[in-house]
Design a protein around this ligand. Structure first.
Ligand SMILES: NC(=O)c1ccc[n+]([C@@H]2O[C@H](COP(=O)([O-])OP(=O)(O)OC[C@H]3O[C@@H](n4cnc5c(N)ncnc54)[C@H](OP(=O)(O)O)[C@@H]3O)[C@@H](O)[C@H]2O)c1
Length: 268
């Protein structure tokens, strides 16, 4: 089925490559548009046979269209393609910024949001789906089947968007930051610790800990209980972390929710 991708940056490029690599789409099914040319050239060299077109041409060819542009560029995309969209189109935006309601007020087609995660680079992780009021059961099945080949699609209500996006889509960056700061501060505490060794210790430990949860079905609370022995250094470390970490996360979730509210009203 002809599938359009407007915006071939980090997320749009990742989605189209993952869908092509997994064999979910074949190059002849893919219609791609991007503001600048270089990313389109790279994509069509990697996947000969894809169609490189303008946004307007793409809308004429595809009923399913993914739009992966930054929040500030969404208005320009809608200005370009809005008048050519009709109820037969299903537009899926990867931007969380505009509400589904605001999009439905602007364009006559069915509308959904897909908030991807960088983990789809390896065909894994969560793809958060939110559906507008015009979406049919058939649309949901089509999207969840398509995306199920490259991620675990989870449909949520838009009212849950901020914390869910923070956990699933922002999550890789937040987790990477926490692991990196553990490495940096361990090395600062003892300059004899090499980056290679610190990196290996943290990388292997993080992966094995997640396997304990996923495969050995050990809860996170159980892991903490079994490692943090009374009077031990891990217990002291957790006491120190508990003074700062919950407050830090409270601030993260509160301030991002506040920023989201402001952005929603200004994006389209
Ligand atoms: N990065 C993440 O982890 C992540 C996760 C979930 C959701 N998102 C959301 O997904 C959206 C895209 O993010 P991204 O990280 O992929 O951004 P990005 O790397 O900057 O990619 C955006 C792409 O859109 C293209 N573009 C901009 N205006 C356009 C227009 N009018 N017509 C056609 N193409 C246009 C840009 O082209 P140029 O080559 O000219 O710049 C660029 O290739 C954002 O709304 C972001 O909030 C991102």
């Amino acid at each position: 089925m002809n599938t359009g991708f407007i915006g071939i940056g980090s997320m749009g490029g990742m989605l189209v490559r993952a869908l092509l690599r997994s064999g979910t789409l074949s190059p002849k099914d893919v219609w791609a548009a991007n503001r600048s040319r270089a990313k389109l050239d790279a994509l069509s060299s990697a996947f000969p046979g894809i169609h490189v077109v303008s946004g307007a041409h793409l809308v004429a060819q595809c009923n399913l269209i993914f739009v992966s542009v930054g929040p500030k560029d969404m208005a320009a995309v809608l200005a370009e393609i809005g008048s050519t969209l009709s109820p037969q189109h299903l537009l899926v935006t990867t931007s969380g910024a505009a509400t589904l309601r605001a999009l439905e007020d602007r364009i006559p087609c069915r509308v959904a949001k897909l908030i991807p995660s960088i983990t789809q680079e390896m065909g894994a992780g969560i793809g958060l789906l939110m559906y507008g009021s015009r979406i049919t059961a058939e649309d949901r099945n089509q999207l969840e089947e398509l995306l199920g080949r490259i991620c675990q699609p989870i449909a949520i209500s838009e009212s849950l968007a901020r914390p869910a996006i923070g956990l699933a889509s922002g999550g890789p960056a937040l987790i990477a930051y926490i692991l990196q700061s553990m490495i940096d501060e361990a090395m600062r505490s003892n300059p004899e610790l090499s980056v290679e060794l610190a990196d290996k210790l943290v990388q292997e430990t993080a992966m094995a800990t997640l396997r304990l949860v996923a495969e050995a079905k050990m809860t996170r609370q159980e892991i903490i209980r079994r490692v943090a022995l009374h009077g031990g250094m891990t217990t002291l470390s957790l006491e120190i972390l508990s003074r700062f970490v919950p407050q830090a996360w409270q601030t993260v979730f509160r301030e991002t929710a506040e920023r989201d509210k402001l952005r929603e009203s200004s994006v389209l």
